[in-house]
Design a protein around this ligand. Sequence first.
Ligand code: ZN
Length: 170
Amino acid sequence: MPILAPEEIKAIDSNATELLESVFGDIDNLKLPVNLNSVLDSCGLNLKEGGFKDENIAAALDRDSKTIFVSSSDGIKKKSFSIAHELGHYKMHQDVKTDVFFRNQATHLLDPEENHRETEANWFAASLLMPEKLVRELWDVLKDVDKMSNIFAVSHAAMRFRLKHLNLLK
Ligand SMILES: [Zn+2]
């Protein structure tokens, strides 16, 4: 995955924070895990769960029908990340009409621009599901990756990545 510049990451983070605040109000009052259904509702997006013909596909976005498709065979944590990833495209990449989110993007050859967009969508998902302020506050008290990943309903790996990025974990 390409590395994003610090100012790009900052912009993505404020994008996600703005969306959360527009749906839930103050971040301090946000209930965890983030209720993605409320976010989807506020964006006027529909969510459809089902099976993809290609089982390497985790989720997809169709902008025209304002629909996010997510694989019903995934667990709740994976589903949430996939939905948040598609929300990232929806909010940040107006020119992306359709997106297919592969389980293992590294094995798919994406052109550099697409690759960059995919990385941005993943950062957006992390910022949306693990708001920095709340991660910092809870980490201060808990210092436990497993507990944190359950509270935020994200995978252990996603939580670790977020904590490392925020310099809370080595
Ligand atoms: Zn994508």
